[in-house]
Design a protein around this ligand. Structure first.
Ligand code: BGC
Length: 759
């Protein structure tokens, strides 16, 4: 019965989709037949009116007037049904053809209920929870009148100096792809029949995370193999998951800025990958192509349209020059029509032509934004994002009794809980660590001392506070640094355990926040040294948007819990973990370097001709004289209150042929005293191939829960798809030979089995 029904259902679904498309095409063709060239170009213009969330250095002028004249296709940076309605009304009632606008915003890790920063979210390795966070963000964003989220950011980053590493999922393309897919599904749901889903916008296309020296907006230059193998997969995964739009990046690729790069925006994106949505530029990335040095304002605007860009964010190069370029034969009418059609299609699919106000419901914010349910989810998700990097002698979890000294500049700083890119987030609604500890462990006697400023360096303070002069993230206490430390030592002397909340301010990562020195600022190092000197156990709770260099901290603290920027419920979630209500299960998704000099440092590196295996130093190996090659903490690493031990990898065959499937099993046992979750990771190594391969690549992972004493068999099905790679001529296939199947709790500590696989 089922067998006969399924093809019929599929056929019906395809026919239905085709009929819907035909209906849409007729509608749009009809509408476009009435549009002037100016009105078509107007649809390609995305503006930001200013006043609310401004995320770049210029804002658009005369927005209302432009909407009335049909010179605006979409608007971003405003929130709230009232404001969105006002703008939509101008478009619908005031413009000649009544074409509705789309409304976007940087909804990056939550809208008003903020979740952990994306790098933190990725450390949960929990795609179901990540999807849930995106779906809650979509629900809150639509309650605020929006229908377009500038997310997910899927740029692979191997350089912790780059501030925007905080916005992505770290260094691995496989994990990055799974998360990209989960986020698109979370935002877009099963479509826009429900006005609680938003269009996703994958960004930044492409390779932005490979900016040279980690310096913001810097040049990118990389081989095609590296691109295809390591950097492009997450964008492709997001598109395969149905992402409706994509944002071009600021950087150049092969000498041509992404926003004007035809190979990227047309050959790769549309021809090879079959992308059907629309491409929007990044903030003024169109006009910035003049600085890149590829032409004047008119020339770069024509370059962008020719390349395949559909919508121009803020630069207004399309608006101001395309008509002239059309008359001069520098662009074609068809190119303008194609771009305009893609924008109108997005509006049609959102249902805006049926009801331009369908995302605008003034009764929703009170019910749907920052609800108890959303905050509960934020607390749960945040707890899953924390990574326990060290826990000497089981100092954690803490007892809910005795005296705690809670010290450090991040211990009671609402301003710094949400992290970067929380444009609609309200930090006053966030829970600090101090508050969380009081909420979760009421009977604990808590003594608080600030202990230090985040930094005392005026140069850094000025720059790191530049985003918001009215609500500074780094404040300088009236007390001197010495007096602050002495208060903290005083508190510590009365306590059983010291909790030291240290790290970066929220916007010491994020856009335009690259750092050359990624250690803790001196003020906080001084505090930590004084605390360690007291001889009391020190638990570092680390707030950070990037991997930091933590050699001293790692050697001297008794425990180290990385909590990123956990969002609205950060403090409660941290306390949940500190007191053992939830056993930490996060695993880092970007290697923590031992020294900035190792960067880029990442697990899936090549072997080289003179590999150094980490044992006794010998001359003429690929290594350093002064430091080891290994990072301080490798990709995939993270502890639990449980203790997970891995048995050997058992394979069901050692020789395979063609498209057979290999079953690899490992037994994981919790030998610890506490139950917990463990992410079991599968890596594959292909030691001989026609091109050099990385030493291993992540190809699967499974999250399991184990009670004390419990064992579970974890099984992975290894297929030939997992063996595939890009050859010199970019052919994607696998080659016969030996493979190692490696399974473990992080990229470094793995058990291995060898198999021979022939074609
Ligand atoms: C950022 C994008 C963001 C855009 C709009 C740009 O500066 O690079 O990630 O979506 O601004 O705010």
């Amino acid at each position: 019965m089922k067998k006969t029904l399924l093809p019929a259902l599929l056929l019906f679904a395809t026919m239905h989709a085709q009929a819907q498309d035909a209906k849409m095409n007729t509608f749009i063709t009809n509408l476009m037949s009435k549009m002037t060239v100016d009105e078509k170009i107007g649809q390609l213009n995305l503006v930001i009116p200013g006043g609310s969330a401004v995320t770049g250095s210029v804002v658009s002028k005369d927005v209302d007037d432009k909407i009335r004249k049909g010179q605006v296709g979409g608007l971003f940076g405003i929130t709230g049904p009232d404001k969105v309605r006002q703008a939509q009304k101008i478009a619908v009632d005031g413009s000649r053809l009544h074409i509705p606008l789309i409304f976007g915003l940087d909804v990056i890790h939550g809208h008003k209920t903020m979740f952990p920063i994306p790098l933190g979210l990725s450390c949960s390795w929990d795609t179901a929870l990540i999807k849930k966070s995106a779906s809650i963000a979509a629900s809150e964003a639509t309650a605020d009148g929006l229908n377009w989220a500038f997310s997910p950011m899927v740029d692979i980053a191997r350089d912790a100096r780059w501030g925007r590493i905080s916005e992505g999922s770290g260094e691995d393309p496989f994990l990055g792809s799974q998360i990209a897919k989960a986020m698109v599904q979370g935002y877009q749901g099963t479509g826009y029949k429900s006005a609680r889903n938003v269009m996703a916008c994958v960004k930044h296309f492409a390779l932005y995370g490979a900016a040279e020296a980690g310096r913001e907006y810097n040049t990118v230059d990389m081989s095609k193999i590296k691109m295809y193998e390591y950097y492009l997969p997450p964008y492709k995964a997001a598109i395969d998951a149905g992402a409706a739009s994509i944002m071009s990046s600021f950087n150049e690729i092969d000498g041509v800025p992404a926003t004007g790069n035809k190979w990227l925006l047309t050959d790769l994106l549309r021809t090879q990958w079959g992308f059907k949505g629309f491409v929007v530029s990044d903030y003024t990335s169109l006009s910035e192509m003049t600085n890149h040095g590829v032409g004047d304002y008119q020339a770069v605007s024509a370059l962008a349209l020719n390349a395949g860009l559909d919508m121009d964010m803020v630069a207004e190069g399309f608006l101001n020059t395309l008509k002239k370029s059309l008359t001069e034969g520098k662009v074609t009418q068809k190119q303008i029509d194609d771009a305009c059609r893609r924008i109108l299609e997005a509006k049609y699919k959102l249902g805006l032509f049926d009801d331009p106000y369908r995302f605008i419901d003034e009764s929703r914010p009170a019910k749907d934004i920052l609800s108890d349910e959303n905050r509960k989810a934020a607390r749960e998700i945040a707890a899953h994002s924390f990574v326990l990097l060290k826990n000497n002698a089981g100092i954690l979890p803490l007892k809910k009794s005795g005296t705690l000294a809670v010290v450090g500049p991040l211990a009671d700083s609402k301003r710094n809980m949400l992290g970067t890119w929380s444009v609609a987030g309200d930090y006053t609604k966030s829970v600090t660590l101090l508050e969380g500890i009081k909420n979760v462990a009421g009977d604990v006697n808590v003594i608080y001392a600030k202990g230090a400023n985040i930094t005392d360096d005026p140069f850094l303070i000025k720059r790191a506070n530049a985003l918001d002069a009215n609500a500074k993230e780094i404040t300088t206490d009236a007390k001197s640094p010495d007096a602050l430390i002495s208060d903290a030592v005083d508190a510590a002397s009365k306590a059983d355990v010291i909790i030291a909340a240290v790290g970066e301010s929220a916007d010491m990562t994020g856009e335009s926040s690259s750092r050359a020195d990624i250690s803790l600022p001196e003020s906080q190092e001084n505090l930590l040294k004084a605390l360690v000197k007291t001889g009391k156990p020190v638990v570092i709770v680390l707030f950070n948007g990037r991997p930091l260099v933590l050699n001293w901290e790692s050697a001297n603290a008794n425990a180290l819990l990385d909590v990123w920027f956990g969002g609205t419920e950060a403090g409660n979630a941290i306390a949940d973990v500190l007191f053992g209500n939830y056993s930490p299960s996060g695993k880092i998704t970007a290697s923590f370097p031992m020294s900035v000099g190792q960067i880029p440092v990442y697990y899936n590196h090549k072997n080289t001709g003179r590999p150094y295996n980490g044992e006794d130093f010998a001359k003429f190996k690929s290594d350093y004289l002064d430091i080891p090659n290994e990072p301080l903490y490798p990709f995939g690493f993270g502890l639990s209150y449980g203790n997970f031990t891995y048995g050997d990898v058992k394979v069901d065959k050692t020789t395979l042929k063609g498209n057979e499937t290999l079953t690899a099993t490992v037994t994981v046992t919790n030998t610890g005293k506490y139950g917990g979750e463990e992410t079991v990771q599968l890596y594959i190594s292909d030691p001989v191939a026609s091109v050099t391969r990385s030493v291993e690549d992540l190809k699967g992972f499974k999250k399991i829960t184990l009670q004390p004493g419990e064992s579970k068999d974890v099984t992975f099905a290894v297929t030939t798809d997992m063996l595939k790679f890009y050859s010199n001529n970019l052919k994607y296939d696998w080659e016969a030979g030996q493979f190692f199947v490696r399974i473990g709790g992080n990229s470094h500590d793995v058990k291995s089995a060898s198999v021979m696989w022939s074609k």
